[in-house]
Design a binder for this molecule. Structure first.
Ligand code: CTP
Length: 473
C-alpha cells in the first residue's frame, strides 16, 4: 500500500533534495525517525536522507542550492554528510547493505537499494521512507507495515529479531526506550529475543546505554522502561543494584513492601513534579541500600537502619560504572539520597522549629527538591496514614517558609566569622576559635539566638567568658 504524503513534505528543503536527486539521476528518500514522527505528528528537527547514489555529492549539491555559504561536514569512510539549515539537521547517506561485526558495533558496509537499507533498520516504525523522487514524490515506502504498527502501538523488528539485535545490541535498549516514550507494546517475539540476546549488551559502550537510560528517565512514565528492562534481564546486567530491590521477605508472617515496585512508584510520582533528570535519578536510587540494611527485629518488624547514608555512599561507584558524571550532579543525588528520611522522621514527631532549621541548614537550596522526593515517597496503601503524612509535610513546608523569613539559614554564613573571633580575643588559629564558632552556629540552629551579628556577638562574649577568654578591648 503506497500513500501520498507530498503535502507533508511540501518545503523548499525537500524540494531542493528532489531537484538535486533528479539532476544526479539517482533516487532519494527521507527515512527513519523523521517519517515516524511525521506520522505521530511530533515535530522533528532531524532529517535523514538515503540516496541510492553518492550521499556526500548529493548533500553538497543540496546545500549549494539552498545557500552557497552552507558548510557541509562529511565522512568519506562512511559515505555520510551532514549540514544544518535554518535549525534543521540534515544527514545524507548512501543506501547500504550492512552487516555488523560480531565483536563490535562497527558496521561492514556495501552499496544497496532502498529495500536493503530499510531491512537493516531497527524497528518497523523506524523503517518507513517517503520518496523524494520526482516520479513518485511523497509516496510512503513501508515494506514492513510500520504504519500499521504505529497505529496499533507496537514495537517490532523488520527482520527476525535475533538478527536485528545481534547486528546492533543497542537496539534492545532503544526498543525499550521507544516503548516507554511512546507508551507502546513490544511485540512478544521481539521481547523474547531481547531476553535471549541480553548478554550481547556487553559490547555496547556505556555512554550509549546511559543515553538510553536517561531518555527512559526523562519520559513521562519511566516505570514502563524499568519493568521491561527487568523482564528482559537487562536490568540485572546494567543496574544490578536496582534489580536487587525486588522481592519480599516474610518473617513470622510479617513482610515488607517490594522495594523495586515501591521505587518505581516513587519515580513515576516525582516525574509528575520535576523535569530535573538528577532528582529523577535520586528517586530511582533513594532506597538503593535497602537490601543490605534489611533486618527483622522482634517487636519492631522490618528495619532498614542507615539505608539513606549507605545508599548515598554507593552512588559514586554506580555513577562511575554506568558513566554518569562524577560532578556536582552526582553530589546532588548523594545529598538527596542521604537526606531523604529527614522530612519523614521530622513529621513523625512534633514539627519543631529547630529540627526544621537544621534540615534547611543541611539541604540549602536543594530543600524544595528534597521535599518533592519525600512527598512522592509516601506510597502507603493506608489512606489515613497517607493523609496524615501529607498534612505533616504541609506543616513542614509552612515552617520552612516562616524560618526562612526569620533566620535565613538556607545557605548559612556565620554572622561572626573565625577571623573576627581571633581579632577580638587576640587568638591565633586554635581549637577555641572553632568551638566558639560552632557554638554560635548551634545556638542559631536551636533557635537560642537569631541569625544576626548583634545577637551572635553577645552570644560569643558569653561563651568566651565561660571558656575564660577576655576580649582585648
Ligand atoms: N537506527 C537503527 N539502529 C540504531 C540506531 C538507529 O536502525 N541502533 C535507524 C532507525 O531507522 C532510526 C534512524 O536510524 O529511525 C535514526 O536514528 P536516530 O537518529 O538515532 O533515532 P531516531 O529514530 O530518529 O529517534 P530519536 O531521535 O528519538 O533517538
Amino acid at each position: 500500500m503506497k500513500e501520498d504524503f507530498s503535502n507533508y513534505i511540501n518545503t523548499n528543503v525537500f524540494k531542493a533534495i528532489s531537484t538535486q536527486t533528479s539532476a544526479l539521476n539517482t533516487e532519494s528518500y527521507v527515512i527513519g525517525g523523521y517519517v515516524r514522527d511525521l506520522l505521530l505528528e511530533r515535530p522533528s528537527k532531524d532529517i535523514d536522507v538515503v540516496t541510492t547514489g553518492d550521499g556526500i555529492e548529493l548533500a553538497k549539491n543540496v546545500a549549494k542550492a539552498l545557500n552557497p555559504k552552507l558548510k557541509v561536514n562529511y565522512f568519506k569512510n562512511f559515505g555520510t554528510a551532514q549540514f544544518k539549515y535554518k535549525g534543521i539537521d540534515l544527514e545524507f547517506v548512501g543506501a547500504r547493505k550492512e552487516s555488523y561485526n560480531r565483536d563490535s558495533r562497527k558496521p561492514v558496509v556495501e552499496d544497496g537499494t532502498i529495500e536493503d537499507d530499510q531491512n537493516r533498520r531497527d524497528f518497523t516504525i523506524n523503517a518507513m521512507a517517503i520518496s523524494l523522487n520526482e516520479h513518485n514524490y511523497g509516496a510512503l515506502i513501508d515494506p514492513f507495515g510500520g504504519r500499521n504498527d504505529l497505529e496499533s502501538q507496537i514495537i517490532r523488528t523488520p527482520l527476525n529479531p535475533d538478527i536485528t539485535f545481534d547486528d546492533d545490541p543497542l537496539r534492545m535498549m532503544r526498543g525499550i526506550r521507544f516503548a516507554t516514550q511512546l507508551g507502546f507494546h513490544i511485540e512478544d517475539e521481539t521481547l523474547t529475543a531481547i531476553k535471549r540476546n541480553r548478554k550481547r549488551i556487553s559490547i555496547v559502550s556505556k555512554e550509549r546505554i546511559v543515553d538510553e537510560l536517561n531518555k527512559i528517565m526523562m519520559s513521562s512514565k519511566p516505570s514502563i522502561g524499568f519493568i521491561l528492562l527487568d523482564r528482559t534481564g537487562l536490568l540485572e546486567l546494567i543496574l544490578p543494584e536496582i534489580s536487587a530491590l525486588k522481592g519480599v521477605n516474610i518473617v513470622n508472617g510479617v513482610g515488607h513492601k517490594d522495594n523495586f515496585l515501591h521505587t518505581l512508584k516513587v519515580l513515576d510520582r516525582v516525574v509528575e513534579h520535576t523535569d530535573n533528570l538528577w532528582l529523577r535519578w535520586a528517586a530511582l536510587l533513594h532506597d538503593v541500600a535497602k537490601p543490605q540494611t534489611k533486618k527483622y527485629i522482634e517487636g519492631q518488624g522490618w528495619t532498614f537502619h542507615g539505608h539513606n547514608y549507605i545508599g548515598s555512599k554507593m552512588i559514586p561507584r554506580i555513577f562511575r560504572r554506568i558513566k554518569l558524571p562524577l560532578n556536582e550532579k552526582m553530589k546532588f543525588v548523594q545529598k538527596i539520597v542521604n537526606l531523604h528520611m529527614r522530612p519523614i522522621v521530622l513529621s513523625e514527631e512534633e514539627v519543631s522549629d529547630s529540627a526544621v532549621r537544621r534540615m534547611l541548614f543541611e539541604a540549602g537550596d536543594d530543600i524544595d527538591d528534597l521535599m518533592t522526593l519525600c512527598e512522592a515517597d509516601i506510597t502507603s496503601k493506608n489512606e489515613t496514614k497517607v493523609k496524615q503524612y501529607l498534612a505533616n509535610f504541609r506543616l513542614v513546608r509552612q515552617k520552612l517558609k516562616e524560618i526562612e523569613e526569620k533566620d535565613a539559614v538556607r545557605n548559612f554564613q556565620p554572622p561572626v566569622k573565625g577571623e573576627d573571633i581571633m581579632e577580638i580575643f587576640g587568638l591565633k588559629p586554635c581549637r577555641e576559635v572553632g568551638d566558639i564558632k560552632n557554638s554560635i552556629k548551634e545556638a542559631i540552629l536551636d533557635g537560642v539566638i537569631h541569625n544576626n551579628y548583634d545577637e551572635a556577638y553577645s552570644y560569643m562574649l558569653e561563651k568566651a567568658k565561660e571558656m575564660g577568654l577576655k576580649p582585648l578591648k
